[in-house]
Design a protein around this ligand. Structure first.
Ligand code: SF4
Length: 295
């Protein structure tokens, strides 16, 4: 059995940068402790746990954030030492709030997400109607929406085009969630260009994500089975699996090694393995070791 690992599997530059920044800060005596991260730094339970071992606390929502300021989050008496923003980014309010409360803030927002946020801000200031191609409940998209003065409309699936309430006489700007399916994003551009005259499109898709998705399209066809490693909470991992299963029904989405089943690979000669941008390398290594043992 031939097992091939994708050259793009695992942490992308943005996640790698954020993870290493926080790890470094955890052992830096000059950084005020405890470090509280606003939401999971990486959409992967094992990676979050590895940071918790270094004393980094994950706050799951706004409620936790406010109790942390008061010094009662997770039963801790100590207040926030340093607040960290994840690679997905946040809206402008949190920056203003931290400044007002004199909280040390570390921003690990991925530069590619910052680009989308700044464009949302710019277009809303220029009074464009903003359309975001993406999942409105995803953390990154919520942040972009807030930078766009909370006035954007969303497109995630075919049915959403009918629901848009856009004035055709006014200018429209289209940006997208960085990790969206590039085929759907291009389709959205076509639909909106055909329907409206004053449409300005900006490509905010992440190149790393496009490479991963392009590779999965090619490989899913050429291999007997595909294993995508990632958390179901990770948008880019889920997208890889969705693309793969459309091409190859023997596409399996797992978070870690113990979810693999031997019978999935019966009669398979070739298995291709990929992983989302938030999957740590030690989990990938475990999966490869298990699959290699099946031969
Ligand atoms: S997937 Fe792309 S945009 Fe998202 S954190 Fe990674 S590098 Fe940045």
């Amino acid at each position: 059995m031939k097992i091939t690992l994708s050259k793009y599997a695992g942490f992308c530059e943005g996640v790698d940068r954020a993870y290493n920044m926080i790890k470094k800060m955890a052992s830096d005596p000059k950084v005020k402790k405890p470090i509280f991260v606003l939401g999971a730094l990486v959409h992967n339970e094992d990676a979050v746990k590895s940071l918790e071992k270094l004393g980094v606390v994950t706050i799951s929502g706004k409620k936790d954030f406010f109790s942390a300021i008061g010094g009662s989050a997770y039963g801790r008496k100590d207040k926030i030492g340093t607040l960290a923003i994840t690679a997905h980014g946040m809206g402008p309010e949190i920056y203003d709030f931290a400044k007002k409360k004199n909280i040390d803030l570390v921003d690990t927002t991925c530069p590619r997400v910052i680009k989308a946020q700044r464009l949302a801000k710019l277009f809303s200031e220029k009074k464009y109607q903003l359309v975001i191609v993406g999942e409105k409940d995803h953390k990154e998209v919520k942040g972009i929406f807030e930078w766009g003065k909370k006035q954007a409309q969303f497109v995630k699936k075919e049915n959403d085009f009918k629901k848009l309430k856009l004035d055709p006489k006014k200018k429209i700007a289209v940006i997208s969630q960085t990790t969206q399916n590039q085929e759907f994003v291009r389709h959205a551009w076509d639909v909106l260009r055909k329907k409206y005259l004053k449409v300005e499109i900006v490509d905010t898709l992440c190149l790393t994500t496009q490479n991963r998705q392009g590779e999965v399209r090619k490989r899913a066809m050429k291999n007997d089975a595909v294993v995508v490693i990632g958390s179901p909470t990770s948008a880019n991992s889920t997208r890889l699996w969705e693309i793969s299963r459309e091409i190859n029904p023997k596409s399996y989405f797992i978070e870690r090694k113990n979810q693999l089943k031997k019978n999935w690979f019966k009669n398979c000669q070739t298995i291709w393995v990929t992983a989302g941008a938030s999957t740590p390398k030690w989990i990938i290594a475990d999966v490869i070791e298990y699959l290699s043992g099946l031969e």
